[in-house]
Write a protein that binds this ligand. Structure first.
Ligand SMILES: [Zn+2]
Length: 73
């Protein structure tokens, strides 16, 4: 007699298939969550306010907004 039977092989194949599809499903879920996290990150970056560049005035040394009108007192 053989050491294995057809039902055993079918059962083993079914278990392997279940594990395989389980891994595929988990990977897909992680990918979706990673994409969502990345989208949130991008959205947050777009909503972040622009920081105006400050430069020291060459005449008085006061830090003023670059391009802004400034008059030394
Ligand atoms: Zn100045």
């Amino acid at each position: 007699m053989f050491g294995f039977s057809i039902p055993k092989i079918i059962f083993t194949a079914a278990v392997i298939a279940a594990v395989w599809y389980g891994f595929k499903w988990l990977n897909r879920r992680q990918q979706v969550e990673a994409e969502r996290a990345q989208a949130d990150l991008n959205k947050g970056g777009a909503e972040a306010p622009d920081v105006e560049e400050m430069v020291p005035c060459p005449d008085c040394g006061a830090y003023v907004a670059k391009g802004g009108d400034h008059r030394c007192t």
